[in-house]
Design a protein around this ligand. Sequence first.
Ligand code: 3HC
Length: 290
Amino acid sequence: MASQKITRVGVIGAGQMGAGIAEVCARASVDVLVYESTRELAAAGRSRVMRSLDRGVSSGKLTEREREQAAWRLRFTSDLADFADRQLVIEAVVEDEAVKIAIFAELDKVVTDPTAVLASNTSSIPIMKLGMATQNAARVVGMHFFNPVPVLPLVELVTTLMTSPEVSERAEDFARDVLGKQVVRSADRSGFVVNALLVPYLLSAIRMVESGFATVEDIDKAMVLGCAHPMGPLRLTDLVGLDTVKAIADKMYEEFKEPLYSPPPLLMRMVEAGRIGKKAGRGFYQYDAK
Ligand code: 3HC
């Protein structure tokens, strides 16, 4: 059966990544249904998207009318059964394998169109594990976006030994032609291309702080001024979330057993203390409450 153009997308999770993915889909004139488990989380997700759309208007990238139209295209639900008519579902929940596996098993039952694509925005969990939670691993791919999603133009497309070429092509066409992203392909290895390179760098910066090698501010300043990075590694760790960086590092360590992927104790202690970065108001830096 020939698959139709994707116009109905589902996004599971409205945290910083899910909200960003929902926003770029809505801005690309796609009908978007977003899942959050409670009304409160759905309301928080909608305000995250609205804040970012407002920012688009104030920076002159969006007109007021485009903001309103994008907002109308976004609906929220707490019932996965509502995803039955979706042609593409992108899962973007917390980086927890058991949670993602349960979601893929459920989505597989609900989304009955065999040409529909089930994608995960996971940073580090092998896509095969999610595919094998379904009855049809051929329609499961990785579509990995970058934070902030409205700003960063990359999507890593991850296919498994089971993903069908039609499904990977459909996902790639959507990311490139509808969302206007650039796509790189990665093998199904924990961390894919970007995090396999980025995470050891972030962990090394945390080890430098831990050993008193240099201050947080100086490490960041060194990489911004010395290497022209847009932000230093510790501010970037705050942006990604220390909990997420730790979860990715744990998965990569599990896969490769390389010491350079193992989370340093300072990272573990900060996560235990709830100092998980910008979203919590405190990480390596302090942030104003939004
Ligand atoms: N939503 C929408 N737009 C945003 C935004 C957001 N959350 N944050 C910034 N922007 C826009 C601004 O409106 C501004 O647009 P303009 O130039 O048209 O006015 C532009 O981005 C630049 O923003 P600012 O001037 O406020 O700030 P900066 O110039 O310092 O840029 C940044 C902020 C875009 C976050 C930049 O510092 C950056 O790109 N940092 C690196 C981020 C990065 O490496 N992300 C990847 C993380 S890894 C990942 O996500 C994978 C995961 O698996 C871990």
